[in-house]
Each structure stands twice: as C-alpha cells, then as structure tokens.
Ligand binder design. Structure first.
Ligand code: ADP
Length: 605
C-alpha cells in the first residue's frame, strides 16, 4: 500500500487544493466571510483616508493656517479611527471564527474517515505520523487559512486604496515607486517554493519523532529491561538533530524575506524622496501632496510585507492540505458490496474454504487453508508462531479480505453480507491492548453501548470480574488508566471477557494469552472463558493444554497450511506435529511434579 503520510513525489497544484478547500470547507461560511470582507474593505478605506488627510494637515493647517481645518482635521481623524476600530474588531472576530470552524470541520472529517479505514491502513502507518496529521498539519493549515483570508482581502484592499491615492497625488512618482515594488515580490516567491520543500521534510521527521516517543514511552519497561536507554537516546538524538536542522533551515529562509523587502523598500522610498523633494523645491507640487504621497507609500509597506510572507504560509498550508487530503482520499477497500444483505445467523457455523492470503505481494501468509467449525462448537488453532493462526482469525470479521477461496458464516460468504451485521455477530477477545482509558463500566459497555447497568454487572459476574471491580476504589466508576495500566493482567483479561459477554455474539474469536498468570488468576480467567464460550461457535488460538483438550476439533497450522486436524486424542495418536508440539508446549506438570525436561513454560509475549 502506498504510504500517504510521507510526502509523495506528486505535487497537486495549489489551485486544485485551494478550490477543494474552498468548495468543501469554506463555502458553508460564505455569509460570515462576505460580511468580514466588507468590514475589511472599510478598514482598508480608513487607512487610505488617514494618508489622504496628510495633505490638508500640511497645506491647510500648517502652511495656510486655516482655522476651520484646524478643527475639522482632528475630528475627521477621530471619526476615522472609531470606524476603523469597530470594523477591524468585527472582521477579526468573523474571520477567526471562519478559519477555526474550517479547521474543526477538517479534523472531524479526518477522524471520522480514519475510524472507517481498513485495519491494514493502521498497520501500514505509524501512530505518530497519523497524530502529526491532526496536530502539525492542521496547525499549518489553520495559519494558512486565516492568513490567506486576511491577507488576500484586507491587505490587498489596503494596498489598492493606497496605490490609488498615490496615483491621484502624483502619477509619475507613483509609477517610479511601482517599478521597484514588483521587484520585491520575485525573490519572495522563490523563497516560498523553498519553504514548501523544507516544511514537508520537517513534518515527516516530526512524525517519526512522535512515533519514537510513543513507542519508547509505552515500551519503557522493555527499554529498561534490555538496557537500551543509550540506544534509544541516540535514535531520538538523531531525529531531534534532523528536526533542528530542518526547522533552522526554514527559519533562515523565512528570516531572509524581511530584510530583503526592507532594503528594496528603502530603495523605493529614497528614490521617491529624491524626486519628490525636487518637485517641491522647484514648486511643482505642495509639501502636503508630497507628504500624503509618502504616507501612503509607507502605509503600504506593512500590508505588502504581510502579503509577501503570506506566500510562505500558503506554501506550507498547501503542503499540509495535500497530506491531509491524501489521507482523506484513502478509501477503505473493505466495505459493503452494492446490495449486500444483512447476515442472518442461524447457528454460527464458520467455514474456511481453500483460503489464500498475503499481507504483501510476495509474502504468502495463508496458502490454501480449509477448516470447519460447526455451529456452537469450539475449534482450537495450534502451531508454531508465524504459521498463520492470527491471520485466519483476521479474515473472519473481514479485517482483511481473502486473496482466494472463501470464508463462510452459516453458508454466506462474508464478502456478500454487510460489514455491520457480520461484525455484530462476532466477539473478539485478543491479547493485544483492548482497554481504553475510561471507567470500568464504559470498558465493559463497549461491547454493546445500549446495555443496561444490570447487564453490565451480570456480565462482570459471569466473567468473574465483579468482585475485584467492587474492591476497586470507585467500583465500576474507576478509571482503568491508559491501556488498563492500573489493572493486573488477569483483571484486564476478565474485563475483556465481560465486554464480549455483553456483546453476546454467536461467534467468538479468541486469542488465548501467552503470558503466565498466577494460578488463582489463571483459574478465574479459565472459568470466565468457559462461561463465555458456552453455546458459541469459538475459534481459539490455543496456548493452554486445557483448551486443546476440551476443543471439539484441533487444527494444526504451519507455514500457512492446515497440516493436521482432529481431536486431542486422535492427534496424539498420529505422533505428528501436534504430538511434538504437545510434548513441548502443552504438557503441563501434574500437580506436585516438577516440569520435565523438554517442557517449556509459556512466557510473556
Ligand atoms: P501466528 O498467529 O500463527 O503466529 P500470523 O497469522 O500472525 O501467525 O502470521 C502469519 C504470517 O503473516 C507471518 O509470516 C507474519 O510475519 C505475517 N504477518 C502477520 N501480520 C502481518 C501484517 N499485519 N503485515 C504483514 N505481515 C503480517
């Protein structure tokens, strides 16, 4: 699968991105946007009016000593300031609201889209990189959207009015100034293109860094246990250094814009003063006209500068938008067929027929697997690690689609029924982290959000979890911590079992924990599982002798194939792989007898 997170080689045109942003996200707020634009025009006009007033100030008040103007001009200044102030406040509030709303909408859409993405998408992309899309990229986009809206309207209007005033005052002088100004734009545009490149590399590195952080913090125990602190420090150091170099480079590029524009502006102003001063000395124009002109020129400097840096914001924003859109454009491959019907479960028989599957083009994980779990029965999958057991389990709820063959539930191909009905029929209890940082109650109710309090307690009781829950500080309202960190391994497992109980699905997929629990917890978990499996079609990846002995059928999965099947007794009698596995993995010492040689204890995963 092509990664959408590391910058691809194709650059979508800025215009295409801008159009998509506008059509999809800005358009709903057009009313507010239009109003804020009107207010921006008022602000711009007020700025130009200030420059205009310089002429009567100098010519009428100072040179001609006109008494009426002495009063009129200050009053006009005050009125202009008041109008400008209100308009400025209004446009800022409105434009911020639009910008922030646009971003909020995009974030919500990104999250909703990701929640529906294929499992393969999450396996193919590092968590940190995904999180970086939501934080860094969205922030860049936010800056670009508000600066763009502000700059394109307010600053451009201001410049247009000021320029118009300059031409009105002295068209020749204005023409001279504007030979120089466009020259300042060219280098700034070139800087913007460099910014885009640097900023996308920076974000990729920040994504890698976030991934490293979350991995090392979550795996802190293993980092310590294996004494890998210095190694992780070096890895992090390398990334921190790379981020430093890139952000420093972008700061350097960005810092260049301002002095460059200032020098070029000084050039323009000097030329204007030289020519304009001469005109005044020669008596061709009044000092008021000249000062009004120069005020307009200086006032135009700030908005022009903003427009100049706007480009680098836009470049960064477009790069971010491109990555965000790339993520929004990834369509899940696993979805309902047109006209898919709801799965009607009669008994919950699961049949896997000649299934071929690979995660990557040249790595076959399953190579013609067939198996049958009759309704309400239990099948145990055993075999060496990497043989394909989890993969078989993944195909039943359609976390992945088969490459060949079929998976049938009660005779219906899982690809022909709706995903929601299929997944509603299946409960999953696996070894991977399954608890969320929420209350015990919410973690159990995750199985069926509409369940009642009584059902939650009932499920907890049947999962042998009620007693320990009641002993927790806030009972069912206790927060379990990130990934259930505040609970013991056995307690976490029993909560996961209670959740599956609540779901009450006819088919149960179970990945038995490999990590050893103490005898008492083990007994409780076993009892809870036995209770859960009652009356359900169960596929279990078995790591315990008791599980294989009670299973109705055992499938030995090796190198992507089922190599043996039968009951415990039948398979032992065959003296094949199962018999060997049994001797190595499943044989448990009888009470009171020490383990014999050749038997291995199940160890932590
Ligand atoms: P088991 O559960 O028997 O240990 P798995 O079904 O997990 O075996 O793995 C079967 C094969 O598929 C292995 O070679 C494994 O490396 C590969 N595999 C498992 N999950 C993925 C994945 N998400 N992406 C790529 N390859 C995978």
């Amino acid at each position: 699968m092509r990664s959408v997170l590391d910058e691809g080689s194709t650059h979508t045109g800025s215009l295409v991105l801008a159009r998509r942003l506008f059509k999809g996200y800005v358009r709903p707020y057009m009313g507010r946007l239009a109003l804020s634009m009107v207010l921006m025009a008022v602000v711009a006009l007020a700025t130009a009016a200030n420059a205009w007033l310089m002429q009567p100030v100098l010519d009428d008040v100072f040179l001609n000593r006109n008494q009426t103007m002495l009063v009129l001009v200050p009053v006009a200044l005050l009125v202009i300031a008041a109008v400008k102030g209100f308009a400025d406040y209004g446009q800022a509030v409105l434009i911020n609201k639009v910008g922030l709303k646009v971003i909020a909408d995009i974030q919500a859409e990104m999250f909703a889209h990701l929640m529906r993405a294929d499992l393969a998408f999450f396996h193919g992309h590092a968590t940190g990189a995904l999180i970086s899309r939501f934080t860094n990229d969205v922030n860049l986009l936010r800056a670009a959207v508000s600066n763009a809206l502000l700059g394109m309207v307010k600053d451009s209007f201001t410049i247009v009015f000021l320029v118009a005033l300059m031409f009105y005052r002295d068209w020749l002088l204005a023409s001279i100034a504007f030979v120089v100004f466009p020259l300042t734009i060219l280098p700034v545009l070139r800087l913007g293109r460099r910014m885009r490149h640097v900023s996308s590399s920076t974000l990729t590195e920040i994504g890698h860094f976030a991934t490293l952080l979350s991995q090392t913090f979550q795996g802190a125990r293993h980092v310590k246990a294996y004494g890998m602190e210095s190694y992780e420090e070096r890895r992090a150091g390398g990334l921190i250094d790379a981020i430093f170099r890139l952000t420093y480079k972008s700061a350097r590029v960005r810092s260049l814009a301002r002095p460059m524009m200032e020098i070029l502006t000084a050039l323009a102003v000097s030329a204007v003063i030289f020519y304009g001063g001469r005109q005044v000395i020669l008596g061709h124009t009044t000092p008021g006209t000249f000062f009004s002109f120069i005020t307009a020129l200086l006032l135009a400097y700030q908005p022009l500068k903003s427009l100049g840096s706007l480009n680098s914001y836009l470049e960064e924003g477009f790069a971010a938008a491109q990555r965000i859109f790339a993520m929004l454009d990834v369509e899940p491959e696993i979805r309902d067929k047109p006209g898919a019907k709801a799965l009607r479960v009669t008994g919950g028989e699961v049949r896997v027929e000649d299934v071929v599957f690979s995660y990557a083009p040249d790595a076959t994980a399953l190579n013609g697997v067939s198996l049958l779990v009759p309704a309400g029965r239990t099948a145990a999958l055993v075999g060496p690690s990497g043989g394909g057991k989890s993969t078989i389990l993944n195909l039943i709820p359609r976390f992945y689609d088969v490459g060949g063959g079929r998976v049938l539930v009660d005779g219906m191909d899982v690809r022909d029924v709706t995903l929601s009905s299929l997944r509603a029929a299946i409960a999953l209890v696996s070894q991977e982290i399954s608890l969320f940082d929420d209350t015990v109650r919410a973690n159990i109710a995750y199985g069926r959000w509409s369940c009642s309090e009584e059902e939650i307690v009932e499920a907890a009781k049947r999962a042998a979890a009620h007693d320990f829950i009641m002993a927790l500080p806030q009972g069912y309202d206790t927060m379990v911590g990130e990934h259930g960190i505040k609970l013991s391994g056995g307690q976490r497992q029993r909560l996961a079992i209670a959740r599956a109980m609540i779901k009450n699905a006819p088919i149960l997929l179970l990945d038995e924990a490999t990590s050893a629990l103490d005898t008492e917890s083990e007994r409780q978990v076993q009892a809870a599982l036995a209770e859960l499996m009652k009356g359900r079609t169960t596929l279990v990846i078995a790591h315990r002798l008791s599980t294989v002995m009670t299973a109705d059928v055992i499938y030995v999965v090796e190198a992507g194939r089922v190599t043996e099947s039968g009951t415990h007794a039948e398979l032992l009698a065959r003296r094949g792989t199962y018999a060997r596995l049994h001797a190595l993995q499943f044989a448990e010492p009888e009470p009171g007898r020490p383990p014999e040689r050749g038997q291995i204890q199940a160890t932590g995963s």
